[in-house]
Write a protein that binds this ligand. Structure first.
Ligand SMILES: Nc1nc2c(ncn2[C@@H]2O[C@H](COP(=O)(O)OP(=O)(O)O)[C@@H](O)[C@H]2O)c(=O)[nH]1
Ligand SMILES: [Mg+2]
Length: 220
């Protein structure tokens, strides 16, 4: 008869192992690393390009881009004069920690203060895979509707920051921003919420202050 022996030791998945290696590398090098997650089209790349441009000379940002196909987003980041590494996942709906591990080796990390990972666009799979980041940043844009924190609680529970983007559409949409704030806070009482428009620049200064203070904390 077979006997089962419980050895009481958690066997880490390859993803968890690489996430721990990435996290240690980033901590040793005093870098802030953010994992940006949203539906496709919420404005992640637009937010990143504007942030890079507006913080030039104050904070240096490098980007790891994840998409199923194409180098298009990395090209947009390079056009904003920041280093970017593109990962094509070839069908996978999320980035993995081993992929981020190899992308980190291709970035000029010594010259950077912050590394931002733009994950593959969707609100579900990316939230389940740790990459070694300090924090997840979820982006919800006004045209997507105000019911998304309630419908996709996983990512809104885990994120440290919620960027509500495209607030320039607020006046012509039925989007209830107070409902989004209270739904997100009922899942995650400490979540920081910044309503922004990456096109007009409204609200971006509070996001920049958060980036600056979080960067400073990594260097202490
Ligand atoms: N009106 C408006 N459009 C935006 C804003 N941010 C991004 N967009 C537009 O939304 C579309 C998708 O943006 P993109 O950055 O590619 O989204 P991503 O797929 O999340 O990276 C583009 O046409 C952007 O110009 C915003 O704050 N306001
Ligand atoms: Mg993008």
């Amino acid at each position: 008869m077979e006997k089962q022996v419980h050895i009481g030791k958690k066997i880490l998945s390859a993803n968890e192992e690489y996430a721990a290696i990435n996290a240690k590398y980033l901590a040793d090098n005093e870098k802030l690393c953010l994992n940006m997650i949203s539906s496709p089209g919420s404005g992640k790349t637009t937010i990143l390009a504007r942030t890079i441009t507006d913080l030039r000379g104050q904070i240096s940002i490098g980007v790891i881009e994840g998409d199923i196909k194409t180098e298009l987003d990395a090209e947009r980041i390079r056009a904003a004069q920041a280093p970017a590494v593109q990962i094509e996942t070839q069908g996978s709906c999320h980035l993995s920690a081993p992929q981020v591990h190899s992308a980190l080796r291709q970035l000029p990390v010594d010259d950077l203060d912050i590394i931002i990972i733009e994950n593959v666009g969707n609100l579900v799979c990316p939230s389940a895979f740790e990459l070694g980041e300090n924090a997840k940043v979820v982006v919800l844009s006004v045209p997507e509707g105000d019911d998304k924190p309630a419908k996709y609680p996983g990512i809104f529970s885990k994120a440290k920051v919620l960027l509500v983007n495209k607030i320039d559409y607020l006046a012509i949409s039925g989007f209830d921003i107070e409902k989004v704030k209270s739904d997100a806070r009922s899942l995650n009482k400490d979540i920081e919420i910044f309503p922004i428009s990456a096109v007009t620049g409204e609200g971006m200064s509070l996001w920049y202050e958060w980036l600056k203070s979080s960067t400073a904390k990594c260097k202490q």
